[in-house]
Every structure is written in C-alpha cells, then in structure tokens.
Design a protein around this ligand. Structure first.
Ligand SMILES: Cc1cc2nc3c(=O)[nH]c(=O)nc-3n(C[C@H](O)[C@H](O)[C@H](O)COP(=O)(O)OP(=O)(O)OC[C@H]3O[C@@H](n4cnc5c(N)ncnc54)[C@H](O)[C@@H]3O)c2cc1C
Ligand code: SF4
Length: 476
C-alpha cells in the first residue's frame, strides 16, 4: 500500500462517510446475526425429541444433542453451551468440520423419515460461537494445583483435549510440539475455508490462560528423547498424529511441481496466517492461473481441489480410479467441489508424469470396476489401450497418510507398534507397553477424524488420572 493511500485511509477514518460505512456494516451484522439466530431456533425446534436418540449414539462423544437442541429452541443458550462443553472440548470446531452426514445428522430420525435432518452441526457451532461472543467461556481456575505433572507430545485435538481434562483435575500439564503453532492438523492441514484459524487459536489461548504450558518447536526424538521427557514428568501422552504421505512411484515422479498434499495445504494455510512462504511467494506452490491435477478420492483430495479453486487456478481436475459411488471422500464435499467448478475424472489412474524439467501433463489410463469381491469391494482394473494425457502445471498427490516410524523417530525401540505402524495400546487404559506412557488420536487409530481424536484425548485423561492416583498411593 502506498504512503498516499495510507494517508487517505487515516483521513477517511475520521470522516462521517467512514462512520456511515461502519454503521452499515453494524446494521448488516445485526440482521445477519438475527437471521442465524432464527435459523438455529427454527432448526432446534424441529428436533422431535425421539425416545431413542440415534444422533447421540452415533456421535463419537455421545453429545447430549436432544437436550441442547431443546435449550437452544427455548433461547437458553448459556445452558446449551455448558451442556455442549460437558462432553466436548471444542464444540465449535466439531460443528464446523465433523462429517455430520456420516455421524449425528445421518442418523437423525427426521432424516431417516425423509424430511431432512435437523442441522445439528450448525446449531452446535451457533451455540458455542455465541458463548464465545458473550464471554461465557472462561479459562480453568484451580483452587489447588497438584504436584504431579504430565507431558503431552503433540498439540493436535487429541493432545489439547487431554491437556484440558487433566488441567481440570488439577495437574501440571506441558504440551510439546514440533511446529511453531499449536492445533496440529486443525492449523496446518484443514483449510481456512472449512475451519477459520482464529477459531483454533481462541481455544489454544484459553488453554494457555488455564495454566497449560506450551513448548513449540520441540521435536521429541530430535530435541529431546522420549526417555528424557519421561524423566521430567509423572506420565506422558503420545498424540503425534500420522504424517507420512502414501506414495505413488510413477515414472517422472522427480519432475518439478509435483507435491504431496500436506506441502500444498500447509503453504496455503501459512499464507492465510500471514506467514512468509518462500515457495508460495515465488509462485511455485501457488495454483493461480495454472492447470491443477489432484490425485486421490478422499477428503484431503477434496481440500486440495477446493484450495486450488480459491487460489484462482485455471482448471482443477481430480483423478480417482474408482467411480463416484465408491469414493472414500464425503459426498457432500464432492458436491461442494463440483459446484465450485472442479472436474472429477472418475475411473482414471495416473500412469506417468510427463515433462522436461517441470511437469506438463499426466498420462492417464481408463479403468473399469470388477464384480464385487469377497471383501465386498469392487476392484479397479485398467482398460487396455485407453491411455490419454491431461495437461497439468501442478500435480498434487493426496493418497492418504501413514504413521511415521515412531520407535525410530523417538530413538526408543521399546515402544511397541502394530503392523500398520500405529502405536499399540491397552484398549481399556490407553497405556502403551511402556508404563506411564499413554497414546491417543490418529497415531493409535490411523488417519481418522477430529471428533475421535477429542474422544481419545478425553479417555486418555481419565486413564492418566487413575494412573497418577495409584502412583501417589504407592509413593505414600
Ligand atoms: C487435509 C486434512 C483435512 C482433514 N479434514 C478433516 C475434517 O474436515 N474433519 C475431521 O473431522 N477430520 C479431518 N481431518 C482429520 C483430522 O485432522 C485428524 O484426524 C486429527 O487432527 C487427528 O488429531 P491428532 O491430535 O491425533 O493429530 P494431529 O492433529 O495430527 O496433531 C499431531 C501433533 O503432533 C505433533 N508432532 C508430531 N510428531 C511430533 C514429535 N516428534 N515431537 C513433537 N510434536 C510432534 C505435530 O506437529 C502435530 O501438531 C483432516 C486431515 C487432513 C490431513
Ligand atoms: S461432535 Fe460431531 S458428530 Fe457429535 S454432535 Fe457434534 S457434529 Fe455431530
């Protein structure tokens, strides 16, 4: 912005015209808030308060949905918010990004009877956003802090939920994370248009005010060993998520401008947060005016295509080797992407990346589906001589994630992992094979959902509390 423009804005801020604009914005916000409030009331009062709350059963946190819908319908939002918080550490996050069509809303009795679900997620978001606006959400105030301390590795939703619950019990809690910001995939994975970053930062700031310590830029295994960390605390939680991108090793894989999904999404999220991102600023990771091809059919692929659209890509295509019906991603997300202009190329498999130094096209073969096999799935088989090229300036590989090799990363071969590389735990106590070390979230389940990570974090906190109580008794 030029100096002249800045001067103009400074002057304009003092003029009646500016006040007029402000007033119009205020008026708009008032009308908008009233509209949202009416909508939430209207939706809440549609709940039939049926005897068997299938929505609640199918919510991983077993949120008391019918009761907070009733409270919201009666305008008792403070009580609704308190009830929502009694089972969920981040209701406003879940309200925004849970795949409700597969969880609560998909099991709403009204939906089942063909009359359209109560929009549970939107009401949950509305209740909690209102609670934040009104200042009803307060940091934890302890009457007495306990002596014992817990170290948590990973500031994603599993680590954050566990930390909050442990703090409520009164423990000292420190969260270690290798990133510069806390939130895990809520910050650097999930795009801003699905989950605004200030919503996540608001939560982590609340935890800081509650006395939870955050140590950013510390990688366990590199800056501190697991053993060293264990020496600092009475118990540990590993909540490190899964970050190893699944690969497709095609000819031409080493051409420039072929990226793993997380590199593309992290750059975009960092830009949204105001960071300098060299490879975005110099245009390499920016999809503007480019033909983009995304490979994969899951929710991460949907986030990539929709991010590319928002960066003003010339064209965005999504390649998936099965058809629409057999796609793992949410149907709602596919619909959204299509509405935004993304072209889905079903039954197509990439065979080769073509180009000289940089990618210029993807060679694709057409596929067909076999009969259903014993696993209940149809195999995707190539159609001979069906190859064709799709123009591409950027290719993004979004084929899912696997756990990193944690025993190696932590330099601790004692830690037991499953055949899939996830951490093995006692399913009841969530304790790993190392006494006093617990694990939760994606690193136990494999790539999953935020709501499950929160559930795991809460369950782990209960188990850690039991463990610490026992430890205190034995030491006494
Ligand atoms: C692109 C994308 C979009 C998604 N969209 C949705 C969605 O819309 N809805 C939904 O419900 N779920 C979504 N998910 C899944 C969801 O984000 C995850 O299931 C959830 O974040 C898992 O939580 P977590 O706490 O287990 O791990 P994470 O959120 O991955 O957090 C792990 C944290 O551990 C830290 N860490 C890792 N290793 C170390 C180490 N050695 N030392 C220190 N710190 C370490 C990481 O820096 C990170 O901050 C999406 C995932 C991706 C990738
Ligand atoms: S947490 Fe998710 S599944 Fe549970 S009620 Fe909220 S939106 Fe539905």
């Amino acid at each position: 912005m030029t100096e002249k423009m800045l001067k103009f804005i400074k002057i304009d801020q003092q003029t009646p015209k500016k006040r007029e604009v402000d007033k119009r914005i205020d008026d708009f916000n008032e009308i908008y808030n009233e509209f949202i409030s009416n909508k939430a009331k209207e939706q809440s009062s549609r709940c039939s308060q049926c005897g068997v709350p299938f929505c609640q059963i199918h919510c991983p946190l077993h949120n008391n949905i019918p009761d907070w819908l009733k409270l919201a319908a009666e305008g008792r939002l403070k009580e609704a918010s308190e009830l929502a918080h009694s089972t969920n550490n981040m209701p406003e996050v879940c309200g925004r990004i849970c795949p409700q069509d597969r969880l609560c809303e998909g099991n709403c009795v009204i939906e089942q009877s063909g009359h359209g679900t109560v929009t549970i997620g939107s009401v949950e978001k509305y209740i909690t956003d209102t609670a934040w606006q009104k200042g009803w959400i307060k940091p934890i105030k302890l009457t007495q802090e306990l002596e014992q301390s817990v170290g948590i590795i990973g500031a994603g939703p599993a680590g954050l939920a566990c930390a909050e619950e442990l703090r409520k019990f009164g423990y000292k809690v420190t969260i270690y994370d290798r990133y510069d910001r806390s939130g895990g995939l809520l910050i650097y994975g999930i795009p801003n248009f699905k989950l605004e970053k200030h919503v996540v930062e608001r939560r982590t700031n609340l935890l800081k005010k509650s006395g939870i310590k955050f140590k950013q830029n510390i990688e366990i295994g590199k800056d501190l060993s697991l053993r060293e960390l264990k020496g600092k605390h009475d118990a540990l939680l590993i909540a490190t998520g899964v970050y190893k991108a699944r690969e497709i090793n095609l000819p031409g894989n080493n051409l420039k401008n072929i990226f793993p999904a997380m590199e593309f999404l992290t750059a975009s999220n960092r830009k949204g947060l105001g960071d300098k991102v060299k490879n975005f600023d110099n245009g390499i990771l920016n999809a503007e005016n480019k033909d983009v091809v995304v490979i994969g059919g899951g929710d991460t692929a949907m986030d990539c295509v929709r991010t590319a659209v928002r960066q003003n890509a010339r064209s965005v295509k999504c390649l998936y080797r099965r058809d629409r019906e057999n796609m793992p991603g949410s149907a709602r997300e596919v619909h959204n992407a299509e509405e935004e202009g993304v072209k889905f190329i079903w039954l197509s498999n990439p065979k080769k990346f073509i180009g000289l130094e940089k990618i210029s096209a993807v060679l694709v073969e057409k596929m067909q589906l076999s009969e259903t096999d014993s696993s209940g799935r149809k195999k995707s088989l190539p159609i001979p001589n069906s190859d064709y090229e799709i123009k591409s300036d950027i290719a993004i590989k979004a084929l899912g994630f696997e756990p990193e090799n944690l025993p190696k990363l932590f330099n601790d071969s004692n830690l037991t992992i499953s055949n899939w590389g996830t951490i093995k735990i006692n399913l009841k106590s969530m304790e790993t094979n190392i006494s006093g070390v617990f694990a939760a979230g994606d690193i136990v389940r494999g790539a999953s959902l935020v709501v499950w990570a929160i559930r795991d974090g809460r369950d782990a906190a209960k188990s850690i509390q039991k463990y610490l109580e026992n430890k205190k008794v034995i030491a006494a």
